[in-house]
Design a protein around this ligand. Structure first.
Ligand SMILES: Cc1cc2nc3c(=O)[nH]c(=O)nc-3n(C[C@H](O)[C@H](O)[C@H](O)COP(=O)(O)OP(=O)(O)OC[C@H]3O[C@@H](n4cnc5c(N)ncnc54)[C@H](O)[C@@H]3O)c2cc1C
Length: 196
């Protein structure tokens, strides 16, 4: 996964609240799974441009393998399949379907959530703080969390005054808001975000 801060603008405003509201940040994220981009685009006060699967050839499509699936073999009927073999089979199916005249926009229906994508998005500072509070938390899924941490690092490099205090709620607010779903390790998490 690659995260690039393409551009940002910070108007000359004194109050932090106004500055967050009127500043804009544009990121390019490449190499995340479609599962992850689907979670990202749920955040509404933002603009998105995503690589299309309608026209891009996907025979050897790149994909993300979660750690938990590495080395896993699943027996289906008489055949044992690894994740990699399953992806290759899907790629072959996709390719043959396209060669037989199925439009790419339909052939892509066989592509998995693991398939990687490239997305550009713009958010104002206020929404980024909201997004980061939710998605840097241990409750967020590992991939979007990894992405959110990279985004936060870039923001801290450029605007430390605005983003050094941002992280999951246990760090940002000083207490956990996740109730029974808490990771139970707020001190460890705070330490991570203090040192980031
Ligand atoms: C740990 C975690 C687990 C999740 N699990 C699921 C799940 O199982 N199923 C699922 O469907 N989703 C799930 N989500 C996604 C979640 O439901 C939201 O879609 C996502 O967090 C984005 O919405 P948001 O309220 O955070 O705000 P954003 O869309 O980021 O908007 C920010 C804020 O702007 C305001 N706002 C935005 N749009 C409007 C509007 N139209 N009207 C009024 N106010 C608005 C609200 O105050 C909102 O909180 C999960 C999210 C997290 C972080």
């Amino acid at each position: 996964m690659e995260v690039i801060l393409l551009s940002y603008n910070l108007p000359e405003l004194k109050s932090e609240e106004e500055l967050l509201r009127h500043s804009f940040f544009t990121f390019l994220v490449d190499g995340i799974s479609r599962a992850c981009s689907h979670q990202l685009v749920r955040h509404r006060p933002a603009s998105y441009s995503q690589q299309s699967q309608r026209y891009v050839a996907m025979r050897d499509f790149p994909y993300v393998i979660p750690e938990s699936l590495k080395g896993v073999k699943v027996k289906i009927e008489d055949k044992e399949l690894t994740f990699k073999e399953l992806m290759e089979t899907i790629g072959k199916f996709y390719q043959k379907a396209v060669e037989e005249g199925v439009p790419k926009e339909d052939a892509r229906f066989v592509l998995p959530n693991a398939c990687t994508t490239r997305i550009v998005f713009t958010m104002n500072g206020e929404e980024l703080v909201h997004f980061l509070r939710l998605r840097t938390c241990s409750r967020a899924q590992w991939e979007i969390r990894e992405m959110a941490v990279k985004i936060l690092k870039k923001l801290r490099e450029k605007c430390p005054n605005l983003f050094n205090k941002v992280g999951p709620n246990c760090y940002y607010l000083g207490y956990c808001t996740e109730g029974e779903k808490t990771c139970g390790e707020p001190e460890k998490v705070r330490e991570f975000f203090r040192k980031l």
